[in-house]
Design a protein around this ligand. Structure first.
Ligand code: NAI
Ligand code: MG
Length: 497
């Protein structure tokens, strides 16, 4: 258990001198000397100044990562990388409350939510520890003449640049670090300018756990500076990106110079489909929380809620009831269910979508506004919102809002709902509620999505892959597929003489 995790107590990690970049095991200011401030979106309070890295710092970090990749780190045996991951898991477990608290301060999610990631994230590090000693190539039976030995070797891709968003900084950091350590790659991490604190503290803890210098480097800064430089750097072998589609597309273009490998975990407009034989109360609650959790700032939020006509009105009422019952407030308050949006611009974007939905004549059933009472007026709070009578062409039914806004639409039969669910440029998650096992199997196969959840939503486990199709990106995180994203396959041919 970490000390100093209540709001009132000063914390050694906050305030004081500006947070620095981690390059080659050294904490240093940006080459330019510039810094930027990060804020608490619940109160507007300035939390810390952070180094504003740019192309020069990215270049230094990439060089440090290259030196580590070719140096002592390359001689680490799988069981040594495993031991390191296990030590890191222990350190993260011991400090998880503190890391969760930093995320809550920096991006607003309730402590209940950020603390809730302990089991999964520590489990993920231990799961990858297991994988470090379980990397296999294959031998092939070729049809060639003579005595040919043909085999595949798996080798680390090299220096990885990871660019992460603000909606789950600690999550994203663990997802980017674990496969790097398991496979023997090295990392330059570019946290979000909105929420860099937990990733920086995580990096301190990684050094404490014994991660060698240069294996994990952290360059804080903005997308147009540090992010773009990392995406374009010729010394980076792979970029792993989580964030918006537009930035993902910019990264694809930037990768062309050296054809670096990419994995992209982008946005979504995931369908959540409720058939009329479902457990209505459980399905409605899941549909509501599938949108409202983390104030809607989840890539796989199930924001298109399709409800079979017979239960439509009951589900709308139940979702509105959930929306009104949620406590929206400062994430540090233990009773808070839903925190603020991460920033003023993000809040404005969500409010604009709400206004647009009214203009397009969707029916507002709950929420629909900014909260401005005494507990809310200094933060970026919006009410959990349900719109009914939504039609597929409306913007709130098509575009990723990244706020707590549900669009509820009736449907009549399976073929129709499959067609409408798939008529989206995205394909990240999909939810289905039905007690009919045959229907569950049939629809799960027909939905275009990286994950389908039946009678549950947003489930994740280290053993299972997560990722998208279409504009939701490519590549998988978590699960065995995650490792392959960080490995090259080399074919080895040896002719017996
Ligand atoms: P973003 O995609 O611009 O930012 C994510 C990360 O990319 C940050 O670290 C940022 O500094 C970096 N970045 C920005 N421009 C870059 C560039 N040209 N090259 C390299 N790196 C760059 O997302 P942003 O601006 O924070 O949010 C905008 C919208 O994106 C949100 O309203 C939401 O709809 C969506 N979004 C989706 C996420 C998801 O997980 N699906 C996560 C974050 C945002
Ligand atoms: Mg912040």
């Amino acid at each position: 258990m970490s000390p100093h995790i209540d709001a009132a107590t000063p914390h050694p990690f906050l305030g004081g001198t500006p947070k620095r970049l981690l390059i080659g095991g050294q904490w240093r200011p940006a080459a330019s000397g510039r810094t930027f401030d990060t804020h608490n979106p619940a109160s507007g309070a300035r939390l810390a100044a952070v180094a504003e890295g740019d192309a020069a710092d990215v270049d230094a970090a990439v060089q440090a990562a290259r030196a580590a990749f070719e140096g002592p780190w390359s001689r680490f045996k799988p069981d040594e990388r495993q031991a390191l991951l296990l030590r890191l898991a222990d350190v993260v477990e011991a400090h998880h409350d503190e890391l969760a608290w930093l995320d809550t301060l920096d991006m607003g999610a309730p402590l209940r939510h950020t603390r809730g990631s302990r089991r999964h994230l520590v489990g993920l590090l231990r799961w990858f520890a297991g994988q470090a000693t379980a990397l296999y190539g294959q031998t092939a039976q070729t049809s060639l003449n003579g005595d040919m030995f043909a085999a595949t070797l798996k080798e680390p891709v090299g220096v990885v640049g990871s660019i992460i968003p603000w909606n789950g900084p600690l999550w994203a950091t663990v997802f980017k670090v674990a496969p790097v350590l398991a496979t023997g790659c090295t990392l330059v991490l570019k946290p979000s300018e909105e929420a860099p604190l937990a990733p920086l503290r995580f990096a301190e803890l990684a050094l404490q756990a014994g991660v060698p210098e240069g294996v994990i480097n952290v360059v804080t800064g903005f997308g147009r500076g540090a992010g773009a430089a990392l995406a374009a750097h010729a010394g980076v072998d792979k970029v792993s990106f989580t964030g918006s589609v537009a930035t993902g597309q910019a990264i694809v273009r930037a990768s062309a110079g050296n054809l670096k490998r990419l994995s992209l975990e982008l946005g979504g407009k995931s369908p959540h489909i409720l058939f009329d034989d479902a457990d209505i109360a459980a399905a409605a609650r899941a549909a509501a929380m599938g949108v409202f959790a983390n104030a809607g700032q989840i890539c796989s939020a199930g924001t298109r809620v399709y409800v079979q006509r017979r239960i439509h009105d009951a589900v709308v009422d139940a979702m509105a009831e959930v929306a009104r019952s949620l406590h929206v407030g400062d994430g540090l308050d233990p009773v808070t269910d839903i925190g603020p949006l991460v920033s003023g611009p993000q809040m404005q974007k969500v409010l604009d979508y709400m206004a647009g939905a009214r203009d397009e004549r969707a029916r507002l059933v709950a929420g629909g506004e900014r909260l401005t009472g005494p507990a809310h007026r200094h933060g970026h709070f919006v009410a959990p919102t349900v719109f009914a009578d939504v039609h597929d062409p409306m913007r709130i039914a098509r575009e990723e809002i990244f706020g707590p806004v549900a669009a509820v639409m009736p449907f009549d039969d399976l073929d129709e709902v499959v067609r409408r669910a798939n008529a989206s440029p995205y394909g990240l998650g999909a939810g289905v509620w039905t007690r009919d096992v045959g229907r569950a199997h049939a629809i799960a196969r027909r939905l275009q999505a990286g994950s389908v959840w039946v009678n549950c939503y947003n489930q994740m486990d280290p053993s299972m892959p997560f990722g998208g199709v279409k504009l939701s990106g490519y590549g998988r995180e978590s699960g065995l597929q995650h490792l392959d994203e960080y490995l090259h396959v080399k074919g080895l041919w040896i002719q017996a003489t």
